[in-house]
Each structure stands twice: as C-alpha cells, then as structure tokens.
Design a protein around this ligand. Structure first.
Ligand code: C2E
Ligand code: MG
Ligand code: MG
Ligand code: MG
Length: 279
C-alpha cells in the first residue's frame, strides 16, 4: 500500500535520524515473538485513596526486556505492536499475567488490578472471551479487573467498541477512561460511554493556574455527577497532592506515592501516603 511505501522511504532516505538504533523493521520482527519468548515484564503502580492513604489497587504497565535493546517502555513499542498486529498477543499476555499476579499476591496489589487496552484489542471480536479466559484461568473475580481505555481507543469503531464495553461490564469487569481530558471527543460522547472510572490526566494535576484548576473542577464535577470513581494520574509533588485533596475525595497515583515497580518490590504499601507527605 501507499502508506507502507511511505514508511519504507523514510527508513531508506533518513538513516542519520535513526542513528545506530536497530531499524524499525528489526523492531517489528523481534516484537512479534516477544510474548512467546517470555520477554515481556509487568510493572505495577499503586493506586491510593488520597484521603486515607489506603492502597486500593494497582495499574499494570508493560515493559519489553529485549535482549538486544534492554528494557523498553510501552512508548517505544506499543504503537508498533498496534501497527503490526502483535498487540493481540501482547495484550492477551498482559491480561493473563495481571490476573495471575493478582490471584497470587492480592495483598501486594490491593483489591484490583487495572490493565491498559488498545483500540485494536477492543475492536477484535474475541476480546470479551480473552478477558473472560484470563479471569477464569486464575479464579479472579471480574470486579477485581479494571480495563483502561483512552478516548481514542473508545472512539475508533464506536459501535463495536461500545458493545464490547457493555459486554465486559455485564461480566462485572470495570471500565476506566484513561488520560481523560486530553482527547478530542465531546463531553456528551464521553458521558454516553459505559464507564466506571475516569482517570484524570496529569496535565490537570500539574496545572496550578486558575484556568487549570477550573478545568480540574469541571472534570471532577462531571465524574461525580456521572457516579464515576475518580483517579488522578501522575502526582509528583506535595503541592499537587494538596490541590487534589482540595477537590474532595478521590484516588490517585504518581511518582510521589510510588513509581511503577516489579511485583516483588510492592511491599508495605499501606504507608505510601504517610511516607510521601512526611516532611
Ligand atoms: P498510562 O496508562 O496513562 O500510564 C501512566 C504512565 O505515566 C506510565 O508510563 C507511568 O509510568 C507514568 N507515570 C506514573 N506516575 C507518573 C508521575 O508521577 N509522573 C509522570 N510524568 N508519569 C508518571 P508508561 O509505563 O511509560 O506507560 C505509558 C503508556 O503506555 C500508558 O499510559 C499506557 O497508555 C500505555 N501502556 C502501558 N502498558 C500497556 C499495556 O499493557 N497495553 C497497552 N495497550 N498499552 C499500555
Ligand atoms: Mg493507564
Ligand atoms: Mg493515563
Ligand atoms: Mg498517560
């Protein structure tokens, strides 16, 4: 296709921009077997009640431990995986591993685990069965699984996406809208999505200006009016934490509380808030 030729042309004519890094083609090739070769790793970031400090759950974030490249973050390979179709295998692996980890160590992860889902997964007709399979294999209750979607993922192929979300919620799985406020969908569209949780993007957490606080206030009001759980993302400073607490009860995650980390490192999570706010 024309699109594919365009991409090849960039690789051929702009080698300097790519430096010594392995080519995009090699990345695409290696990625296809990454799940099967057991090269994927999950890190978990605790989600905490910002009022009480209680550990509520944890977000699973995938990494690729590539033999030739080292540990890569999702920003370096998820888009490629979506493009090649490798996301199907990666996504299924992530769901299975997150459920397995939650079943084995519920005390480390809190009450639930959340998993990020790409639009391509949501629009794959077999997705509900993949989710159900992961839950059943590890004996995890559906209510203990949260699926995180971005607006873009929920908006592409709207009808199928909405039907899939409804089927998942009928199972008892909860659905979160990730990076809320950064997409381009209208508020009325978002209000119509079958959702349980809104994850407030770090952009609104970090913005201390009156206009930023007004935007945050609007998101919080919308979420509460819709009866949704609010989770603030990317809390890095005590000032940010204090501002969020000024908006009432909500949950949050961020480097201030805990970085994403391997399952084995998730111990003694109850003191996260206390540690973060101790001067
Ligand atoms: P996200 O779901 O919005 O995840 C939050 C990202 O913010 C994570 O980056 C996390 O490490 C980072 N983060 C956490 N606390 C802070 C903070 O205090 N400050 C800042 N600046 N950042 C913070 P990460 O792990 O690189 O993941 C990036 C994105 O990749 C995720 O964004 C998610 O959209 C996607 N992703 C991660 N795992 C998966 C997966 O298994 N499947 C799919 N489809 N996408 C994934
Ligand atoms: Mg997420
Ligand atoms: Mg997010
Ligand atoms: Mg984000």
């Amino acid at each position: 296709t024309a699109k594919r030729q365009g991409k090849n042309r960039i690789e051929i004519y702009a080698p300097g921009l790519l430096g010594e890094r392995p080519s995009r083609a090699e990345l695409r090739r290696d990625l296809s077997g990454a799940a099967a070769r057991d090269e994927l790793v999950l890190h978990y970031q605790p989600v905490v009640d910002l009022t009480t400090g209680t550990l509520l759950g944890a977000e699973a974030l995938v990494r690729w431990d590539s033999p030739s490249r080292g540990l890569l973050g999702p920003g370096e390979f998820i888009a490629v995986a979506e493009d090649t179709g490798a996301i199907a295998g990666i996504g299924a692996w992530v769901l299975d591993r997150a459920c397995r980890d939650l079943a084995a160590h519920p005390e480390r992860l809190g009450g639930w685990v959340s998993v990020n889902v790409s639009g391509a997964q949501l629009n794959d007709g077999g997705f509900v069965d993949i989710v159900r399979g992961a839950l059943t294999r590890h004996g995890v209750q559906p209510v203990a699984l949260v699926l995180e979607l971005t607006e873009a993922a929920a908006v592409t192929n709207t009808e199928l996406a909405v039907r899939t979300l409804q089927a998942l919620r009928a199972l008892g799985v909860r659905v979160a809208l990730d990076d809320f406020g950064t997409g381009f969908s209208s508020l009325s569209y978002v209000a119509d999505l079958p959702l349980d949780v809104i994850k407030i993007d770090r952009a609104f957490v970090a913005d201390a200006r009156p206009s930023g606080q007004a935007a945050l206030e609007a998101i919080v009001t919308l979420g509460r009016r819709l009866g949704l759980v609010l989770i603030a993302e990317g809390i890095e400073t005590i000032a940010e934490l204090d501002r969020l607490r000024g908006h009432g009860e909500m949950a949050g995650q961020g480097y201030l509380l805990a970085r994403p980390m391997p399952l084995e490192a998730l111990t003694d999570q109850e003191s996260l808030l206390e540690l973060a706010t101790k001067s």
